[in-house]
Structure formats: C-alpha cells, structure tokens
Design a protein around this ligand. Structure first.
Ligand SMILES: Cc1ncc(COP(=O)(O)O)c(C=O)c1O
Length: 402
C-alpha cells in the first residue's frame, strides 16, 4: 500500500471543512427554502431532565473543577461502560481508567502530545490517520510534531483502513493510530476482529491506539463493538489503548461539551498532567447533569429510533442510487456523485437549485501524492434535521439529480 505522507504539512493547512464550504457557496443564492444537512450537529430533543440536574449542582460554578473529572461523573461513566460493553465488567477502575473531557474533540487533539512524547526515541514519529478523516486528528498530529500518514479508507478497503497493509517499518515508527468506528463520514463499523488486531499491533509496536467512538450509539442493527471490550476479550488489559466518547451524538448535547476518554492508566495519567496546564476542565454542575445523562438509556433508545425512521426514508428514496447503502452506524450518508460531476459540483448545484446544503467529501479527506482525493466523488449528508425536513431534502436531491 502506498501511504500518503505529508512532510510539508502545516497546521495552517488544516482549514475547517465548513469554512471551505462557505467559500464554495459564496455569492450563490438558493432558489428554495434552505435545508442544512452539512453540519453534523444533532437536532433531536435534549434529555428533558438535564436542566434540573444542572440546577441542582449550581453552587459548583463557584469552584474550579479537577481536571480528571468528579468522582460522580467518572462513576456514572464506568457504569455506562460496563452496561454497554459487558466484557469490561470488573476491569474499569473509575479513578485510573477514565478521564473527563470537554467533548472528544479537545481530547483527541490533546492526547497526541503525550502519545508523541512517550515515543521520544523516534525523531519524528508517525500518526496514522484513515483518509477521509475527522480533521482534528491531523491538527493534533501536526501540532504535536508527528508526521501525519494517511491510510486509504475508501470503497476499495470497505471504508476502513487495512491494518494488514501497513508496512512494518512504518508501524515501528508510529506513535499513534487513529480509528474511527462508526466512521465519519462513511458510517463503516470495525468488527471485533479488526479492533483486536489493532490492539495487538499497538502493543507489539508500542504505539497508542486512539479509538474515536463518538458515534457508537447511533446504529441500525447491532451495537458497534468497542475497543475497550475488544482489548478485555483479547487479554484483559487496557494498555496502549484509549477510547473516546461524548454525549454530543448519543444524547443530542453537542453544546454541553461533556465527554470522556477511557483506557491505559499510565497514559491517562500523562494526559491529565498535560491537560492540567492547558486547562479545559468540565464545570461541576455540567458534570452532575452529564452523569445523569450517562445513567439514562431511555432517551438514547428514542434517539436511535428517530434516526432509524429517517434511514428508512433514505432507503425508500435512494434505493441503490448514488451508491447508497444504509450505513451500519453514525448519522451520515456518503453518496457517490462521480457520475454527476463530483462532490463540489453537486453541492453547488443542490444549493442553488434546491436550497439543500451538503458537504463535499473532498473537504474531509487529504489529497494523495498522485492528485487523487478519496472524497472527491462524494457528498456527505448529515441526517440531523427533523424527519419532514430530511425527507424533503432527500426528495429534492433525487428530483434534481435523477
Ligand atoms: C469523528 C468525530 N470525532 C469527534 C467529534 C467531536 O465531537 P465532540 O467534541 O462534540 O465530542 C466529531 C464531531 O463531529 C466527529 O465527527
């Protein structure tokens, strides 16, 4: 496999996909009322008990929170992990294996620094990133002094990176491997065997495996397996792995900024030390509210049912058009517009003629050395709007593109 490396990569090259989208659509007037399915910001109801819980703990706004998170918050997360991933039962010490985060984004970024530092024996270690990918992975890698190395994750690899195709020399100089399952943007889910293989590789080559599992609760049939359970099934330990989760997608709370990471105790201690000087603590009343949200599953079941109804509609409207198939997880559609002129062109057309705002797939991917971009043919559709709006948008897409 040829890896796209980017020695000249600079942080300034990482531009938000949404800033690029604004540039692409500048000056173009939509001819119909706008339906925005570009940003992956959930728009389903918030858990109705949240505000009461936050208010209960409001005096906590008068205190600095500990960087690690409160005992209550970490205990609620340990409980959720044990219910969601039974093989981890009895293996999670809430004090050692869990760290509160202000959403997964800052955690994914911050965690690259200690991951690079622990491989101080390598001059410029590699950060392995599936391509397409969530942009924060590359921003973290570049800022922390790692070389981002992009692993193909396109139709030919089942939209997940092929672990067996990574050469040994590269693995030997790797500080971190990012895996996203269910993946953004394609909704592909890594099975247990793949997760176990990733754990094995991380241990063999002593790099950190960062599993971004923030879409884990949005799925169609089977709950996606998690890396913590894969690790516990493999040999019981959590060394070399960290899973990242948040309430943003599970509970429609992207504005609460409540997340966590869980895994390797020594690594989390180093990450806590690093985050303690950069300071992103989660306010105590927010932790109290978020703990209640982690403890509740009823709203998550209802939330998943809302997505399922919308995917039923997509099944009906798209059939096999645009290479559509219902994703195993997450809330995005990844539609192949290669025969309609590619992602950017289709996004402009649908905006002008239909008022439907989507994201060109290339904005979520890195261009390879040969000039190809694995997202170029694609558009990403975030199924986050209410059902009627979503149905109207999908209908407009088919009517316009046929
Ligand atoms: C793949 C992926 N990881 C992480 C995040 C960050 O989510 P949050 O910081 O809200 O937990 C997002 C947000 O869209 C995402 O798509």
């Amino acid at each position: 496999m040829s890896h796209a490396t980017s020695d000249k990569a600079r942080v300034a090259e990482i531009i938000s996909p949404f800033a690029r989208l604004a540039q692409l659509l500048e000056g173009l007037q939509p001819s119909r009322p706008v339906i925005d399915l570009a940003v992956g910001g959930p728009r389903h109801p918030l858990p109705d008990f949240l505000m009461e819980k936050i208010a209960e703990a409001q005096s906590g706004f008068g205190q600095y929170p500990a960087i690690t998170g409160s005992d209550e918050y970490r205990a609620a997360i340990a409980g959720w992990l044990e219910r969601r991933y039974p093989p981890v039962q009895g293996r999670i010490d809430a004090n050692a294996h869990i760290l509160a985060l202000c959403g997964t984004r800052e955690g994914l970024f911050s965690a690259v620094f200690p991951a690079v530092e622990r491989r101080g024996d390598i001059a410029r270690p590699a950060a392995l990133i599936p391509n397409p990918f969530y942009q924060t992975y590359a921003a973290g890698a570049m800022t922390a002094g790692a070389e981002p190395v992009f692993l193909p994750a396109d139709a030919s690899t089942g939209f997940l990176p092929e672990l067996e195709a990574i050469d040994e020399g590269l693995l030997a100089r790797t500080a971190v491997l990012f895996l996203c399952s269910p993946s953004n943007p394609q909704g592909a889910v890594a099975d247990r065997a793949m997760l176990k293989r990733a754990v094995e590789l991380a241990r063999k080559h002593d790099f950190m495996l960062f599993a971004d599992e923030c879409y884990s609760e949005i799925y169609t049939a089977e709950p996606p397996p998690g890396v913590l359970e894969a690790a516990c099934e493999a040999d019981g330990g959590l060394t070399n792995i960290v899973a990242f989760h948040s309430l943003s997608k599970r509970s429609n709370l992207p504005g609460l900024r409540a997340g966590f990471c869980a895994g390797d105790a020594d690594f989390l201690a180093a990450l806590a030390k690093f985050r303690n000087v950069i300071g992103p603590q989660l306010p105590l009343p927010i932790q109290h509210g978020a703990a209640a949200v982690w403890r509740d599953e009823a709203h998550v079941v209802a939330n998943r049912a809302l997505y399922s109804e919308k995917f039923d509609i997509a099944d009906e409207i798209f059939g096999a058009k645009f290479g559509y198939s219902r994703p195993a997880g997450g809330f995005f559609l990844w539609l192949d517009m290669g025969s309609h002129g590619g992602g950017e062109r289709v996004v402009k057309t649908l905006w002008k003629d239909c008022g439907v705002k989507l994201l060109p797939g290339s904005y979520l991917a890195r261009t390879n050395a040969d000039g190809s971009n694995p997202g170029a043919d694609y558009v990403r559709v975030a199924m986050v709007a209410p059902l009627d709006e979503t149905k109207a948008a999908l209908t407009r897409i088919v009517e316009r593109l046929g």
